[in-house]
Design a binder for this molecule. Sequence first.
Ligand SMILES: *Cc1c(COP(=O)(O)O)cnc(C)c1O
Length: 371
Amino acid sequence: MRRIYADHNATTPLAPDALAAMLPYFANHYGNASSVHLEGRDARAAVDSARVRLAGLLGAQEGEIVFTGGGTESDNTAIFGVPPGHVITSSTEHHAVLHACQRRSDATFLPVGADGAVDPDELRRAIRPDTRLVSIMSANNETGTVQPIRELAAICRERGVLFHTDAVQSFGKVPVQVNQWGVDLLSIAAHKFYGPKGVGALYIRRGTRLQPLLYGGSHENERRAGTENCPGIVGMVKAAEIAAAKMEAEGARLFQLTERLATGIEQTIPGSHRNGHPRLRVPNTVNFSFEGCTFEGLLLGLDLEGIAVSSGSACAVGSLEPSHVLIAMGVSRELARAAVRFSLGRANTDADVEEILAAVTKVVKRLRTFS
Ligand SMILES: *Cc1c(COP(=O)(O)O)cnc(C)c1O
């Protein structure tokens, strides 16, 4: 059966050119980037070049880029790297930020509005003299809603507080420029933009004091110990360049496809509720709740119809808890338990959207006759 993959916020397929760029670094160029011999220097040159190119894409300097083992590690490095004291985050963060902040001794979780956005005035009120870090994601993985990052970062700068953003769902989808946003720390993860899994980066503004999460060798300028994942880094940066080249056209195309899907759902399925901001969102994501359904029923039913979607966060699979993101936005428990995220990507077409629409209509109808 033909499959339609509509879960790109969980992960994306590896871009063929990114795979091609990686292969030599698994095979011939297997050196350790810290070794002084020719094999090591080869790997070092690849990692250094990747760093310069990624810095260029972010509008950063090469010395400000630290390669990590993915989005979770980048987020944890930022959150645990600041001194003891108060941290502020939002209640709709990815668990990589939310659970890390819960491990700190003193954390404030800002509420969000019905559209999922943080109110800058709430942030102003929450900052205290002992606040060490504010961490607010730039785009939400479940709803796609984007936050007013420039405004939030400016408040922090004015108050002398470090500002981190989890840009894992933004990078590759919308322009991400560290100086335009005015952030001090920023996380990305390769596998969310058609790069390999298990590799990411943390931007650390020059002059920012941050304790490492991992201790060992002096890799990454003593910011992150451990032999560099040379093939992964090469693949990530190749994927980042491809995403940057495609971003404008692909963003416009995906926004149209998701709007078509959203309009179709609203017009053909009564009792459907759109979650998240309808316009201030990344172009590939829409989220809907369907009255009288559960996400297990929706996910399994759509999977049988050949369509891969998610209830929101992939990490929530196996847990019957409703999405913390939707609950924080004031969605009822019942509707939060009936939510589906559609996150489209490069391979999706108009025909896919029509098929998704037909399948959702069918599955919702079937679930409602059972319930
Ligand atoms: C996927 C994701 C992460 C985690 O990244 P990994 O590379 O899977 O560890 C963090 N934040 C957001 C918003 C994500 O979507």
